[in-house]
Design a protein around this ligand. Structure first.
Ligand code: NAD
Length: 492
């Protein structure tokens, strides 16, 4: 714990129950608040504003004024400098931000620090973009010159989940600002505090007031109000498939474009020729990171039958060595985000017990972990039937479902056997197979002999099928955060 504890002064939240609108903290127009629970002990330790349509409206108007005014008027190079200044501020305040995130989300400190670093990296990456968004000239009929250029949408809305608030804020808002938009962000009700602090840091870094606004509150109040607001020109939603549908339908009523980053059931395919010792720590991390509450978690393990037992033996030992404890204890896993998430994960484990599936390895919750916290031990379940809920649905907890396959065709069938298609991993030394599998697997990202659950700001990210559509991260995201204009000049 590095000599710090839960009462560390950095954890004093200086801005309780306020939105951040037009460059300042504002009380909710309704005056209502929501408690903030620490997942490590299940106790409230702060409050957030319970925003609703009037707060969202104020934020959208502030963003519009910034887009039409000071932010819109800034030269691209100056916009990039503001993004870079925010990146530096995040690095300078990384410890504070990590402490806030650890307390708010239950993340082990090393994970929270990695999230702060990734957030800074997004703003660093996108800082170079505003003055490099070139257009093209298109050969057309003689007597004409045709130009294209990219324009910002205007006001972009960002609905963010609780699992990686800082990272998802960085990837979504970083790209939107780089493209020249002004933003309104609705964080998840379970995890808002780091984003309020980031908005304050952005203001100090020189973003004109109204460029970046945060409205906290419930999804069915503030979230839907943002999705439905006539003044929002583009929506970026990251969260569950069910809510993504609701948001997209609301946006469709006014033909507002939407990017949906939804769930996943990431398969890791291990062939008999793979380097198992290299694969084991990566496979474990891909499901244990953030206690499995990761859309891109590697939550299914498909292993060629001839080496199934050998790999499971190694993984069992690795799972048994894992420890779970309060966020500030910095164990392999922290608690889950809330009681209902714990019930959900326990429900999957109860189903596995009912179906007499074998738990091949389980970690340990440290004895000192408060019984009121939301802890679950990381668990490896073997011989999971491909048709079962555990093999097909997102658990969003540290539960790895293992099953054998017979040959390449069988492996691909199993890999593509869910409604999702976000991230996949393939472990094999055979170069031709690497390429065949990368093509055959339905997913937005395929890793070969590695796995990336998050990170890699340069790498376009997003899903197919029920994992969503549109891409964030990398330069590709800027296409989504802009609209292309074609200008046709007739000059004989
Ligand atoms: P969620 O859909 O419940 O909530 C996400 C956000 O939507 C929150 O801000 C919430 O307040 C808001 N919201 C809820 N109901 C709403 C409504 N009716 N209208 C508008 N907004 C509403 O999801 P969650 O439980 O917070 O997050 C977990 C899910 O998110 C998982 O399915 C996970 O896979 C997915 N996820 C995906 C990615 C990705 O990049 N693909 C990243 C993180 C999480």
């Amino acid at each position: 714990m590095g000599g710090m504890n839960a009462s560390h002064p950095l954890l004093a939240i200086r801005t309780p129950a306020r939105h951040f609108i037009a460059g300042a903290f504002r009380a909710p127009l309704t005056g209502a608040e929501l408690p903030v629970i620490d997942p490590s002990d299940g106790k409230p330790f702060a409050a957030i504003a319970r925003g609703d349509a009037p707060d969202v409206d104020a934020a959208v108007k502030a963003a519009r004024a910034a887009f039409d005014g000071a932010w819109g008027a800034l030269a691209p190079v100056e916009k990039g400098r503001r993004l870079m200044a925010l990146s530096r501020a995040i690095v300078d305040h990384a410890d504070e931000l990590a402490w806030i995130e650890a307390r708010d989300c239950g993340k082990p400190m090393k994970q929270a620090r990695a999230d702060a670093a990734a957030c800074a990296r997004y703003f660093e990456f996108y800082a170079g973009a505003p003055d490099k968004l070139h257009g093209e000239t298109i050969p057309y009929t003689p007597g004409y010159t045709v130009l294209t250029w990219r324009e910002a949408h205007g006001v972009t809305g960002h609905i963010i989940p609780w699992n990686y608030p800082m990272q998802i804020f960085g990837r979504s808002v970083g790209g939107a600002l780089a493209a020249g938009n002004a933003c309104v962000v609705k964080p998840a009700e379970d995890a808002c505090l780091s984003l309020l602090r980031l908005a304050e840091l952005a203001s100090e870094a020189g973003f004109p007031e109204g460029t970046l606004n945060i409205v906290t509150g419930l999804g069915r109040e503030a979230g839907i109000a943002l999705a439905a607001h006539e003044g929002v020109d583009h929506l970026s939603f990251t969260g569950s498939p069910a809510t993504g549908s609701i948001v997209a339908q609301e946006a469709a009523k006014r033909h507002c474009p939407v990017t949906l980053e939804l769930g996943g059931k990431g398969p890791q395919l291990v062939f008999a020729d793979a380097d198992l010792d290299a694969a084991v720590p990566v496979i474990v991390n891909a499901i244990v990171q953030n206690a499995g509450q990761t859309c891109s978690a590697g939550s299914r393990l498909l292993v060629e039958r001839s080496r199934y037992e050998e790999l499971l033996e190694k993984l069992s030992a690795a799972f048994r060595a894992l420890t779970v404890g309060p966020a500030l204890d910095d164990r392999d896993c922290g608690p889950l985000i809330r009681a209902s998430q714990l019930d959900r994960v326990k429900g999957f484990l109860a189903d596995a017990a009912r179906d007499k599936l074998t738990l091949a390895g389980q970690g340990t919750i440290v004895p000192g972990a408060p019984s009121s916290g939301y802890y679950v031990a990381p668990t490896l379940v073997r011989d999971v039937p491909p048709v079962s809920r555990l093999a097909r649905e997102e658990v969003f907890g540290p539960v790895l479902a293992a099953m054998p396959f017979d040959d390449e065709a069988h492996a691909v069938k199993l890999a593509n056997g869910t409604d999702f298609g976000l991230v996949a991993g393939v472990w094999t030394r055979d170069g031709a197979r690497q390429l065949r599998l990368a093509r055959a697997i339905r997913a937005g990202q395929v890793f070969v002999n590695s796995y990336g659950a998050g990170g890699g700001v340069e790498l376009p990210f997003g899903g197919v099928a029920h994992s969503g559509y549109g891409r964030e991260k990398g330069f590709e995201a800027l296409a989504g955060f802009t609209t292309l204009k074609t200008v046709v000049l007739h000059h004989n």
